[in-house]
Design a protein around this ligand. Structure first.
Ligand code: F6P
Length: 340
């Protein structure tokens, strides 16, 4: 038997741990492993692959990113794109495909499953916005990166008596903002799921000015001041996503104008996706890799491995793709306990 692995969408720490776990489990069962390069792009046109050997996976457990490369190429945006994918898998002698990705990548995997493709999924995104899994690997690392930045930004904000608005990733869901905001002692957290007014943000900044003399505010890139997304222009990727970024700059200008408090903005951007995975993400990713190979061995196609409490289980891709997982109001109310 030969399996293929592909990694699609935004990279994140932990992907290589999945690849390593899949390969080690596969080899124990006498299964050959082929890496598909650059996500779904590697199965369009002339297939782009690499043979996965023990030398290839040596040392990748703590390495961020993906040794296979990734892309946001969408076969469904190409004439007969899925036909090319199916043809490439046949040409490569790949009997089953492991797709590591977020909602976009796994939505293509689901399309492949509907076309009788033997495919299984592993949930991957720093955004943690895939439903039917308690966490996705990459999320814990992103939260730790942001929290470390927030700790550092406290000292400079305090020294200058400033408000600092920190923009974090999270296109549709504010999970990174929520967990890092709480862990990093944010005085206000803004997320896509909960409407907010600039007035309430400014009131918090003024309360902090009159008490501790500085404030740290965390905003998810997908949060909508006055209900409007802040994007970097009109460009969209092949899955229709706008390129978000800059909401922190918009808010910082308004805060300074309305309160007179000297305000700065910081966009953490792709630093949240870089570097080595935390221990939690390495172990979660490794457990996902073993479980997804069990699905392959048992012929359970069209499923995604998932964290369910402390256990690793699986769910149907049809119950995941296109749905999302969003911060609930009760959790936001808990976070408000700590707002200034
Ligand atoms: O999907 C994960 C993510 O990091 C989002 O949080 C972010 O908006 C997006 O990817 C950035 O995409 P790109 O790396 O293509 O700019």
């Amino acid at each position: 038997m030969r399996i293929g692995i592909l990694t699609g969408g935004g990279d994140c720490p932990g992907i290589n741990a999945v690849i390593r776990a899949v390969a080690i489990r596969a080899w124990k069962k006498g299964v050959d492993v082929v890496g598909v390069k650059d996500g779904w792009a590697g199965l369009l046109g002339d297939p782009q692959t690499m043979h996965i050997t023990s030398d290839i996976i040596g040392g990748i457990l703590p390495r961020g990113g993906t040794i296979l490369g990734t892309s946001r190429i969408n076969p469904l945006k190409r004439e007969n794109g899925m036909g090319e994918v199916i043809r490439a898998l046949s040409l490569l002698g790949i009997d089953a495909l492991v797709a590591i990705g977020g909602d976009d990548t796994l939505s293509v995997a689901y399309e492949l499953h509907k076309r009788e493709g033997k495919v299984v999924g592993v949930p991957k995104t720093i955004d943690n916005d895939l439903c039917n899994t308690d966490y996705t690997f990459g999320f814990d690392t992103a939260v730790q990166v942001v929290t470390d930045y927030l700790d550092r930004l406290h000292t400079t904000a305090e020294s200058h008596h400033r408000a600092i608005v920190v923009e974090v990733m999270g296109r549709h869901a504010g999970w990174i903002a929520m967990y890092s905001g709480i862990a990093g002692g944010a005085d206000f957290i803004m997320i896509p799921e909960v409407p907010f007014s600039i007035e309430e943000v400014c009131a918090a900044v003024e309360r902090r000015r009159d008490t501790r003399g500085f404030s740290i505010l965390v905003v998810a890139e997908g949060a909508k001041p006055q209900g409007k997304l802040v994007t970097r222009g009109e460009e969209k990727d092949e899955f229709g996503h706008a390129i978000l970024g800059g909401v922190a700059h918009v808010l910082a200008r308004e805060i300074q104008e309305k309160t007179g408090v000297e305000t700065r903005s910081v966009v953490l951007g792709h630093a949240q996706r870089g570097g080595t995975p935390t221990a939690y993400d390495r172990s979660l990713a490794s457990r996902f890799g073993v479980k997804v190979m069990e699905l392959v061995e048992n012929g359970e196609w069209g499923k995604m491995v998932s964290l369910q409490g402390a256990n690793i289980g699986s769910v149907d891709l049809k119950d995941v793709v296109g749905k999302g997982k969003f911060v609930d109001p009760d959790f936001y109310e808990v976070a408000k306990t700590f707002f200034s």
